[in-house]
Unconditional design. Structure first.
Length: 195
């Protein structure tokens, strides 16, 4: 009896996944906005431009586990316009300590940018630097949202410089000064829905 159950189970386990996937094989989406699963990254020669910002990843530096520096690639090549750093300590207790120190140093935050459910807690401060550039500072704690970085993170950016980089990139693409994915720049439905 046990042998019969084992054979039945093995037979069913071999047939069931094939049946599930076979029905979808002809309609499975493989592409969105010109990027296709299974294709070589080398097919996208424009990716070196990384859209309007380039990024470098930082690992294990000081009290941070990981980070991303975003810098201009068009208007001011090489100039850092956004810093995102993930703290090594991802506890809520540490977030509370950070928030107190941020408030002591920078005053009351300008806005809460987290979610209403308390899963992502994020406070944002806004400043102007000595050259009148807007500066944005965000302290974030993420408890469960898998679409966001878990734990504690600080983000420091120059939103106007980021926008200038974006506009420079789009202008350079329109004037064909760089290899740009013109067919991918459209926001029509054909590019927005997987194929």
């Amino acid at each position: 009896m046990n042998m019969l159950r084992t054979i039945s189970f093995l037979g069913l386990s071999l047939l069931l996944p094939q049946g599930i996937f076979a029905a979808d094989a002809g309609t499975a989406p493989l592409e969105i906005n010109g990027f296709k699963l299974g294709s070589s990254i080398e097919e996208y020669d424009f990716i070196k431009h990384r859209n309007y910002l380039k990024e470098v990843v930082i690992d294990e530096i000081g009290g941070f586990r990981r980070g991303v520096l975003s810098y201009g690639g068009c208007d001011r090549p090489g100039e850092i316009v956004r810093i995102k750093l993930k703290y090594k300590d991802d506890s809520y207790k540490f977030y509370q300590q950070l928030l107190k120190r941020f408030r002591d140093k920078f005053g009351k935050p300008k806005e809460f940018t987290g979610d209403a459910f308390g899963i992502v807690l994020a406070w944002k401060w806004r400043f102007m630097d000595k050259d009148n550039n807007p500066i944005s500072l965000t302290l974030q704690h993420n408890k469960k949202n898998l679409d966001e970085t878990m734990g504690n993170m600080v983000k420091l950016s120059m939103p106007d410089r980021i926008e200038v980089e974006r506009k420079c990139f789009l202008k350079a693409c329109a004037e064909e000064k760089m290899a740009c994915p013109v067919y991918m720049m459209s926001d029509d439905w054909d590019n927005l829905v997987p194929k």
